[in-house]
Design a protein around this ligand. Structure first.
Ligand code: CUA
Length: 322
């Protein structure tokens, strides 16, 4: 994890050229506009400063038609250039290709993780990936894996009891809000193999700044090989033995807020609670505000509605690390 936006200066998606042109034009013309106002303002303030002009020298000018036409017409023309580039660029972003020519991934943004759910692969298996930022390793664990040169449509939502997030891929120059109870769409087509940062661009509470993910663009053949397997991610070994509890801990994004040792992230480290009884730990998962440990606040952790067996497996994992 570097401090730079990964891949930002790459022309990594089909949007980059349009977006960068629009940006350069807006930036250039805005600079011109501000200079054309502030420059003369400073000049006239200096030229007609109080000790240079006597009141009786000031003529009674009512208007100057040519000047007025110019200072209205020129800015309007410049604004129309803004409008043209803004509108045509936006059309490129907003024109989502037909699903028959695209790959759809469902995205759920919640406090404070991203979940990706793919369509069925040819064996009927559905990849579900929870992407979280590991605050201890300063690294994003797992991400969204996509093939190169393919239209990717993200159908995004957030749970009803959550808040607004925003899925932002700086290197692809695109961003879209992720809203509770609504489905928003974003699409891209990435032409360069690589790993690209994803950020949450809508302030969503305590761990907003840690709500990072990544998009890994792969060669089509590599992608297909992984997609039609049951491997969790392309770089994880098939059937790597994890206990049910550990699987749940990873898939529910617990690690985004709780370390397995005693270090405090957003919430307490889980090693500090292994002496608690199972009933307490169960409540801490399904009804977290019931008994909040000292030094932490209610309302931060959302309740997790999981089947009893899953809660038991999680409690087991928390207590034993297995
Ligand atoms: Cu999610 Cu900010």
């Amino acid at each position: 994890m570097s401090n730079k936006l990964e891949g930002f200066s790459n022309h990594a998606s089909t949007f980059n050229a349009d977006m960068d042109t629009a940006f350069a034009i807006h930036f250039g013309l805005s600079t011109l506009l501000i200079l054309s106002v502030v420059g003369p303002m400073i000049y006239f303030a200096w030229k007609y400063r109080a000790d240079k002009v006597k009141n009786e020298d000031i003529g009674n000018l009512t208007h100057h038609t040519l000047l007025e036409v110019l200072w209205t017409g020129i800015p309007v023309a410049i604004m129309m250039v803004f409008f043209y580039y803004g509108n045509t660029t936006m059309e490129v972003f907003r024109t989502i290709p037909p699903e028959s020519q695209s790959m759809v991934v469902h995205v759920e943004g919640s406090k404070w993780k991203w979940k990706y759910e793919y369509e069925e692969n040819k064996n009927g298996y559905v990849h579900k990936i929870t992407s979280i930022f590991d605050q201890k390793d300063r690294d994003v664990k797992r991400g969204l894996y996509v093939p190169k040169d393919t239209n990717i449509i993200l159908k995004m939502t957030s749970p009803l009891n959550d808040v607004i997030h925003s899925y932002y891929i700086p290197a692809f120059r695109t961003k879209e809000d992720v809203v509770p109870g609504r489905t928003t769409k974003l699409w891209f087509n990435a032409g360069k193999v690589g790993t690209y940062d994803v950020e949450c661009a809508e302030y969503c509470g305590t761990a907003h700044s840690y709500m990072l993910s990544k998009i890994v663009v792969m060669e089509k053949a590599d992608y297909e090989a992984w997609f039609n397997s049951e491997k969790k991610t392309p770089n994880e070994k098939a059937g790597a033995a994890v206990s049910k509890g550990q699987g749940l801990y990873e898939d529910n994004g617990c690690a985004g807020c709780h370390s397995m040792d005693d270090s405090t992230l957003v919430g307490p480290g889980l090693h500090t609670v292994t002496n608690k009884d199972a009933a307490y730990l169960k409540d801490a998962i399904v009804n977290p505000d019931k008994d909040v440990p000292e030094g932490f606040y209610p309302g931060v952790m959302p309740p997790f509605a999981l089947p009893d067996a899953d809660v038991a497996a999680l409690v087991d994992y928390i207590k034993t690390g297995k």
